[in-house]
Design a protein around this ligand. Structure first.
Ligand SMILES: Cc1ncc(COP(=O)(O)O)c(C=O)c1O
Length: 370
């Protein structure tokens, strides 16, 4: 199988110790939650119980947390980028502050939204593959959008260089050696997802979570690992086959970069370089890694629409991974997926580009939810 691997470096019994808590912790997740809960319009996003889907795929439960309903941003990224901007403003003040980042859409939208709320300026870098609809959504929060680079990793470098030239603060969702504080805040904001899901009654045995640089997967893992230790649910990271840097890293037990234009409809997951911080947790802590094709993601969008739930291309990758795993006897066995399994999926985005959504599903998001 070249689309599934059990993590050869998994250390399930390893304690969630000081080293891990220095990256992400329940205590800091609670702090993030208290802060974010004070934002206007905050509410836990819906957790859909897809009973018929669970039945069809011979598991006990499939829960889908619908981040399409996260503030007005339609993605979980609001929890990370905007929280990190607030933390910077708390340290430096908003006067004269310009924040910058690279994005394939959602993170930039979150940073622009956070900057607008905090009274700071934002300059957001997008690469050639980012749709104009997504760029426009970022501009709608008053940010300047700069188009530079052929893929996400190239636009990360462009924004980093511009920040050094202009004295801007980088609010990146990925980390690299020497740049860890802000991405730690970003990921800590994401962990609010897991807290909400628990409060809503989720008690999963399996979590299928999509991976770009690995930040949201690491945030989910950290919550359950610190809370339940070796008794935590299995975490399966799902990536596009065309941008599978975490999958490749798992196979070779060290951080691997994937080159090329990372051409996938799952724009939010089109990352070729893992976040170093995220990998420190996923390396020993994630149970398995798998890839899905664009066709599988689009099929998952269409399937979800049957349940009147709107999931964007990147938002349904975890669902696509689950569908693939459930249908394959070898993967079912490897993951111990059976009729007692309770599966949690994080629908990390809704229709963040409504025109693309309509093209793939054949109906508008409004029609699906009607
Ligand atoms: C909708 C969506 N889902 C998942 C991800 C992946 O998150 P990460 O890069 O933290 O792995 C992204 C990243 O941009 C995204 O936009």
């Amino acid at each position: 199988m070249d689309d599934f691997v059990l993590n050869p470096a998994l250390e399930r019994g390893m304690a969630y110790g000081e080293e891990q808590r220095a990256i992400l912790s329940l205590a800091k997740a609670r702090e993030a939650r208290e802060h974010i809960a004070r934002w206007d319009g905050y509410g836990a996003t819906p957790l859909h119980d897809l009973i018929e889907l669970a039945h069809r795929h011979r598991v006990a439960q499939v829960l889908y947390k619908d981040e399409g309903k996260r503030f007005s941003l339609r993605s979980f990224k609001a929890l990370g980028g905007a929280y990190a901007v607030d933390r910077l403003v708390a340290k430096n003040g908003a006067a004269g502050l310009t924040v910058t980042c690279a994005t394939d859409g959602n993170h930039g939208r979150a940073v622009a939204w956070g900057a607008a709320r905090a009274g700071a300026k934002a300059v957001i870098y997008v690469h050639e593959g980012v749709s104009e609809g997504r760029a426009e959504a970022i501009r709608s929060f008053g940010a300047t959008v700069v188009r530079e680079g052929s893929n996400y990793d190239a636009s990360v470098r462009a924004s980093t260089e511009a920040a050094a030239r202009n004295g801007w603060e980088i609010v990146s969702d990925t980390s690299w050696p020497g740049y860890e504080d802000v991405p730690r805040d970003v990921m800590q904001g994401y962990a609010v997802l897991a807290m909400e899901a628990s409060e809503q009654g989720a008690d999963p045995t399996h979590i299928f979570i999509q991976g770009g640089v690995g930040g949201v997967a690491a945030a989910m893992l950290s919550y359950y690992w610190e809370k339940f230790g070796a008794n935590r649910p299995k975490l399966i990271v799902v990536e596009p086959d065309k941008a599978a840097c975490l999958f490749e890293s798992a196979k070779s037990r060290r951080v691997e970069f994937v080159e090329g234009d990372l051409d996938t409809v799952m724009a939010g997951l089109a990352c070729g370089e893992p976040s170093i911080l995220a990998w420190q947790l996923l390396g020993p802590g994630a149970d398995a890694f798998m890839t899905v094709t664009d066709q599988e993601a689009i099929a998952a969008m269409q399937l979800l629409a049957e349940f009147h739930v709107v999931g964007g291309e990147s938002g349904v990758a975890g669902l696509a991974g689950f569908l693939k795993a459930a249908a394959n006897p070898n993967i079912r066995t490897a993951l111990e997926l059976d009729p007692t399994s309770r599966v949690l999926l994080i629908g990390t985005e809704g229709a963040t580009d409504p025109a693309l959504y309509t093209e793939f599903v054949g109906m508008t998001p409004e029609e699906i939810e009607a």
